[in-house]
Design a protein around this ligand. Structure first.
Ligand code: FPP
Ligand code: MG
Length: 322
């Protein structure tokens, strides 16, 4: 996968290629190559390749799909770190802190269009490009809704579910659908695999939100507690606030309070969420969505070895700690 991504990035004009490579951790700012960059988990390309195998095709057919979804994912992270004001990504300075906001926005744009180009040049482009473009609209909607929770506009559990479905579900669904299309799947089968990816994406976001509160910065490579710092209402937070308990009330009050939260408030917020049982509820929710995903996978009558790998990937997602 890495060489295919590199080929696409190498085709970019020189200056934007340089900053994109900095984001991927391939070289330092003075151009020195780095041997062991902290890489992506490649969940999305893996889904595209496995979905292609699941419909009985050679995974090579889904190479453009795999590259495209990984490029879009990285594009979205470049923009997301600016939006979230997060200085750390994959254990390294986020591109916007290293090279400035303009560089990170433009590198994100370049990767996004490189993704479209990868699909446009591959076969079935008339079917695949619209799927990718629709997914990006879903990502954008989810991300925008996410920013609205910070201003307290609507922090309901429904809202956090819509955010997860958009900002994460849309691209995982797209990865599976593109892989299935590349493998020559019927529209019905491609839709079942899409549904698998969609549910898995929501499970993924449940875990991401749990890690955003209880994850170790040294393991996740992302700043600890950044969601709480920005008073983002993530899935566990919305679940905790939904109750009528004194803890839920105290939490709502802290989120409504004016002025920045202090270090001691973060520990209190984290404890309050835990005491409401929202951490366990969110983990249960992740397991429920994973079970739904596996059910849809089953209905797609997948090729058994690819199905086993997709199920294993789903298991890893619900158990991951980074
Ligand atoms: C990470 O969420 C954010 C996303 C998965 C989606 C971001 C989407 C956009 C910026 C819009 C699409 C833009 C382009 C260029 C395709 P998070 O903040 O919860 O995760 P994190 O903890 O990894 O930052
Ligand atoms: Mg973020």
């Amino acid at each position: 996968m890495k060489p295919l991504i590199r080929t696409r990035v190498h085709a970019l004009p020189p200056q934007i290629r340089h900053v994109a490579g900095l984001h991927f951790g391939w070289w330092t700012d003075d151009g020195t190559a780095l041997d062991a960059p902290a890489v992506s988990k490649f969940v999305r390309p893996a889904l595209a390749l496995l979905a292609c195998r699941a419909v009985g095709a050679d995974p090579h057919a889904a190479r453009a799909a795999a590259v495209a979804v990984e490029l879009v994912h990285n594009a979205s992270l470049l923009h997301d770190d600016i939006i979230d004001n997060d200085p750390l990504r994959r254990g390294r300075p986020a591109l916007w802190t290293a090279k400035g906001i303009a560089a990170a926005i433009l590198a994100g744009d370049a990767l996004f269009f490189a993704a479209v180009q990868a699909l446009a040049e591959a076969s079935e482009a008339d079917r695949t490009v619209p799927v990718l473009l629709a997914a990006v609209q879903g990502l954008i909607e989810g991300e925008y809704l996410d920013t609205l929770t910070e201003s307290g506009a609507d922090a309901s559990e429904d809202r956090t579910a819509a955010i997860a479905a958009g900002k994460t579900g849309a691209l995982l669904a797209c990865a599976c659908e593109l892989g299935a299309i590349a493998g020559g799947a019927t529209p019905e089968r491609a839709l079942l695999l899409r549904g698998f990816g969609q549910r898995l994406g929501i499970a993924y976001q449940c875990i991401d939100d749990v890690l955003g509160i209880w994850g170790e910065e040294s393991v996740t490579g992302k700043p600890a507690l950044s969601d709480l710092r920005s008073r983002k209402v993530t899935i566990p937070v919305a679940a905790a606030m939904a109750g009528r308990t004194p803890q839920a009330q105290a939490l709502r009050a802290l989120y409504r309070a004016n002025g920045p939260l202090g270090e001691e408030d973060f520990a209190r917020v984290r404890d309050l969420i835990e005491q409401t049982g929202a951490r366990q509820a969110t983990l249960r929710r992740a397991r429920r969505h994973t079970a739904d995903a596996l059910n849809l996978l089953d209905q797609a009558r997948p090729e058994p070895s690819a199905a086993a790998e997709l199920a294993a990937l789903a298991g890893l997602i619900t158990l991951r700690n980074h």
